[in-house]
Design a protein around this ligand. Structure first.
Ligand code: NBP
Length: 491
């Protein structure tokens, strides 16, 4: 290592993500300075332990003083923060500001809230610095060997950070790095948030497929593993399907299948919930992800469910199902529901882009998710292709390719949902997706009744089918009300 040379990049936060990203950077030939605030552990500091351990012999320099750390990096400085999201990022920025020079770039690679990132971009720029909020997906493995990285913020920083970030990103099967410029402000973190929401949806859908196979076909774990492994050879090929096959056939040291001994109470860290809250703020349906989040919450109420299961006798038809037929229907339900989920997610991205003026490129987002991240899958190629066409579809399910797929999948999908409902087996995500699809493809919905009720009790007004859109009317429904209307604003 050339000690007279300044480092190419600095990295703060040597927990699991930071350590592995630093090693990934060094492995790509970059000289990296690393810093961690405190002494964790009793005998050895975090930095010391890393430098004496995994960083030994690599092009990595360790610092315990923030001023020395900043001074060791070549200008304009690029400093990536991999610390806990929230106030830690603000605190760290305040500590860094006095040591930075004009044009220096801070990169927040944590799971920050996109609104915080928007605020931080403005704050850093006001001080003459630049700020990039880069969502990173792929966990420990991705951090070390290639992650999906979604950077957005101060656009002038992109040419400076691009070589390092693209070098440490995963490569899609066609060799393209899974990292490209997303857009201004907090757009990178918004895209990462929706990625995580989609991850929640995919996991719920897979768990429903597993449950139907187990409960209606009574398939042993190894057989279910084979079905998932088979699906992983086709259009559903994806990381989550692949690991599901591995999970189903995994035995622990007791000799039994571990999945059968894992308590059915799911945890969550908030990014699914954020996706839903933000979709609601934007007035966009994101029902599949919302269902996935609520199902995790319901699963966590294990005691209540156990009590309720004793209070209600369940009626099972106990029909004997043809394995091949039901598996085909499950495939259709899983694939079609997944398409609905991605269509909903991309529609939220499009609405956010219009609302905040981000000019997001949906095809580029789909390409970035093809490798490195948890939702990586081959069908993101088809999504990217749909958005790349000259006449971009206003909604993913209107793209000709997906229209054909949905028409092909619909018969099996609805048969599967009907069978599961008949057996009183919960398939909330499969049926939420199916109902969304039915509503989406209905030119007429019963919302006329909702509008009538709103106007009846609150003079909220309505539009008429025999008048142009945008003209609002109020009816004196009972003959007792007045003509005063409520405002026609939307929330
Ligand atoms: P954690 O999220 O557990 O964060 C630990 C790091 O933050 C440590 O280096 C800790 O320093 C540092 N830190 C904290 Br806590 N408060 C600080 C403060 N006030 N000032 C400076 N440093 C502070 O680590 P992680 O799991 O590696 O994740 C890092 C970021 O990446 C998070 O935002 C996370 O959400 C995101 N992310 C994680 C994953 C994953 O799979 N783990 C995947 C993708 C993204 P200390 O050693 O002194 O306590």
């Amino acid at each position: 290592m050339d000690n007279s040379r300044k480092s190419d990049i600095g990295l703060i936060g040597l927990a699991v993500m930071g350590e592995n990203l630093a090693l990934n950077m060094a492995g790509k030939g970059w000289e990296v300075s690393v810093y961690n605030r405190t002494v964790r552990g009793v005998e050895e500091g975090v930095v010391e332990r890393f430098m004496n351990g995994r960083a030994k012999g690599k092009s990595i320099r360790g610092y315990t003083d923030i001023a020395d750390f900043v001074a060791s990096i070549g200008t304009p400085r690029k400093i990536m923060m991999m610390v806990r999201a929230g106030s830690a990022v603000d605190e760290l920025m305040e500590q860094l500001f006095p040591h930075l020079a004009e044009g220096d770039i801070l990169i927040d690679g944590g799971n920050s809230n996109y609104e915080d990132t928007g605020r931080r971009v403005l704050l850093a720029e006001k001080k003459g610095f630049r700020f990039v909020g880069a969502g990173v997906s792929g966990g420990e493995e991705g951090a070390l060997n290639g992650a999906s990285i979604m950077p957005g913020g101060s656009e002038s920083a992109w040419p400076e950070v691009k070589p390092v970030l693209q070098s440490i990103a995963a490569k899609a099967p066609d060799g393209t790095p899974c990292c490209d410029w997303v857009g201004p402000a907090g757009s990178g973190h918004f895209v990462k948030m929706i990625h995580n929401g989609i991850e929640y949806g995919d996991m719920q859908l897979i768990s429903e497929a597993y449950w139907v196979m187990k409960k209606l076909l009574d398939l042993p774990n190894e057989e279910m593993a084979k079905v998932f492994a088979g699906w992983n050879e086709g259009k559903l090929r994806s990381y989550l399907i692949e690991i599901t096959a591995g999970i189903l056939s995994h035995k622990d040291k007791t000799g039994g299948y571990l999945v059968d001994r894992i308590l059915d109470a799911a945890g969550q860290k908030g990014t699914g919930k954020w996706s839903v809250i933000n979709a609601m703020e934007l007035g966009m349906p994101l029902g599949l992800i919302a269902t996935a989040v609520f199902e995790r919450s319901l699963s966590a109420s294990k005691e209540l469910r156990t009590q309720a299961s004793g209070a209600y006798a369940r009626e099972r038809l106990q029909a004997v199902y043809n394995e091949e037929e039901l598996t085909e229907e499950l495939y259709a339900a899983l694939y079609a529901s997944k398409l609905v989920s991605y269509a909903q997610g991309f529609a939220v991205l499009q609405r956010a882009s219009e609302t905040f003026g981000w000019n997001l490129d949906a095809a580029s987002v789909a390409r970035m998710w093809r490798g490195g991240c948890i939702i990586r899958s081959v069908f993101l190629n088809d999504i990217a292709a749909a958005f790349e066409t000259a006449d971009k579809p206003g909604h993913l399910l209107l793209a000709p390719y997906f229209k054909n797929e949905m028409n092909r999948l619909l018969p099996g999908w609805k048969r599967l949902v009907a069978k599961a409902i008949g057996e009183e087996l919960p398939v909330p995500a499969f049926s939420s997706a199916l109902n969304y699809f039915y509503s989406l493809t209905s030119a007429h919905l019963p919302a006329n009744m909702i509008q009538a009720q709103r106007d009846y009790f609150g003079a909220h007004t309505f539009e008429r089918t025999d008048e142009p859109r945008g003209r609002f009317f109020h009816e004196n429904w009972t003959g007792r009300g007045g003509d005063t209307r409520s405002g026609t604003y939307g929330a």
